[in-house]
Design a protein around this ligand. Sequence first.
Ligand SMILES: Nc1ncnc2c1ncn2[C@@H]1O[C@H](COP(=O)(O)OP(=O)(O)OP(=O)(O)O)[C@@H](O)[C@H]1O
Length: 254
Amino acid sequence: MIEIKNLSFAHGSKTIFANISWQAKAGSLSLILGANGAGKSTLLNLLAGDYPPQSGEILWDQHALQQIKDAACYRGVLSQQHALHFPLRVDDVVALGRYPHARRKPGLKDQEIVAAALKQFELEELAARNIQSLSGGEQQRVHFARVWVQMQNENRARNPLLLIDEPTTFLDIHHQWKYLQAIREETQKNQWISIGVLHDLSMAYQLADEVLVLHENKVLACGPTQEVLVPELIKKVFAVESRIVEGQLLIDGV
Ligand SMILES: Nc1ncnc2c1ncn2[C@@H]1O[C@H](COP(=O)(O)OP(=O)(O)OP(=O)(O)O)[C@@H](O)[C@H]1O
């Protein structure tokens, strides 16, 4: 479990959150929602350990997140864009995800995990290509696979933590659904703690087990998605009209 307790954070003199608390459970996909500038990426960056909390604490399976030494074996971060400015084969990029686990270089077991990821993410035909020659969406699929292999860990000292920040921006609609559904299934099956940011509210409504809504430096609401993400709240936070029709969230417009 991730527990955020009385967390406050400011960028310079600008307060982003004041005294927020929240929990994200293992086995759940939790999405952070909020308008532009609400602090979603800042919260993910704190969970990624990019900078320490200024006050309050973040606990990962009851240990202070900042003090966990083997975090790279249990924490994967998938962002909108990962720029690689040098030539590397696709399968070598995916194998980079195994380096935190390997003493020197990835061994047979790591190679098997990489091969399984290339198959699962439909990358076998691209495996020998230079990543720089791929389209934006193809590159993003490679990074999904890289993070997926990083998250595979037989030693369960803690529940793996997956952080996703708008990871589907460059993907076509088939791959958006395929990969987010794969994340959801892995999360349930392997008790990952998966926390992400997604701007598509309808997709969030379908896929997220839990949501956290950030608004005006506070947690406006949190809990099971279909209880929290109701038209009144959506109007207050995003200033759009919406409806729930046959279990789907439809956005009508501004
Ligand atoms: N390094 C920084 N220095 C100063 N201000 C920053 C920094 N990073 C972010 N901010 C500001 O903090 C606020 C929150 O930014 P953040 O990126 O967390 O928002 P967000 O909710 O992810 O927004 P978006 O939906 O637009 O991606 C914004 O007003 C942003 O301008």
